[in-house]
Design a protein around this ligand. Structure first.
Ligand SMILES: [Zn+2]
Length: 86
């Protein structure tokens, strides 16, 4: 608990390991995570970069959990159909 800039309602996730601001909701696995964490307004969050698992306030903005099949696919922007070959 050394970071003093953290306000209790800070809503941005930031990994404590790699500093990335990309967090994903993680599955609640244990009894404690299912029933104890919500009491403290906490949720399990996983870093999208280094996969560190951590507990964050439920106000923290994280992305929905990835599907079971996690594939490292680069997300391409919707490319316009460029196949107008004469
Ligand atoms: Zn990380």
């Amino acid at each position: 608990m050394s970071d003093s800039s953290d306000s209790p309602f800070s809503q941005l996730y930031r990994c404590r390991d790699c500093g990335r601001e990309l967090g994903f909701r993680s599955r609640r696995r244990t009894f404690g995570e299912r029933f104890i964490l919500p009491i403290f307004l906490l949720q399990p969050v996983r870093c999208g970069e280094c996969f560190r698992r951590d507990y964050r306030l439920i106000f923290t903005q994280v992305r929905p959990r990835l599907s079971e099949t996690v594939r490292p696919m680069p997300v391409k922007p919707a490319a316009p159909p460029n196949q107008h070959v004469a």
